[in-house]
Design a binder for this molecule. Structure first.
Ligand code: THU
Length: 160
């Protein structure tokens, strides 16, 4: 038997002021996108903003449905739009902000597992890391230099 240890590195910024400039701009776009989330069932509002290597910024937010599983997270709303409109562009970074009507979100809120899988697909497709910044409504911001840190042992096309 052999034990394998898996390590991930994240960077934690105290607040928006501490973020590098490119992170602040994108996080502000995620804040704006969050305002248009359609989340009448969970009251949990998420905004995502993606910067592409052609300079375009794509935003998305969660879209819920009375048939709950038919809804979609903010990150996938944004990334699938980017993939459909700009199939050849690379995604440089993603900023995500999540807030709730029920309580103040003041710690970094990471993307769900399904969104990590979706982001991984594009990171592998473009063969270049995607930086990910995530936070609540206020407070600290977490940054990962690549999706790999958030989804070790990824399921990818190499096994198909
Ligand atoms: N949600 C996102 O938009 N992104 C995530 O990564 C986690 C969850 C949404 C889905 C649902 O509309 C609400 O947040 C509560 O789960």
């Amino acid at each position: 038997m052999k034990e394998i240890k898996i390590e991930s590195t994240l960077y934690i910024y105290q607040d928006l002021d501490e973020l590098p400039k490119e992170g602040i701009l994108l996080m502000q776009k995620a804040f704006e996108a969050r305002k248009n989330a359609y989340a009448p069932y969970s009251s949990f509002y998420v905004g995502a903003a993606l910067l592409l290597d052609n300079g375009e910024i794509i935003t998305g937010n969660n879209q819920e449905n009375a048939s709950y599983p038919s809804g979609l997270c903010a990150e996938r709303t944004a990334i699938y739009y980017a993939g459909s409109q700009y199939p050849n562009a690379k995604i440089l970074r993603i900023a995500i902000s999540a807030g709730s009507k029920n309580n103040q979100t003041s710690k970094p809120i990471p993307p769900c597992g399904a969104c990590r899988q979706a982001i991984a697909e594009y990171e592998i497709k473009q063969n270049a890391p995607i930086e990910i910044y995530f936070m609540g409504e206020t407070g600290k911001i977490a940054k990962s230099n690549s999706l790999e840190n958030l989804l070790p042992l990824v399921f990818d096309k190499s096994v198909l």
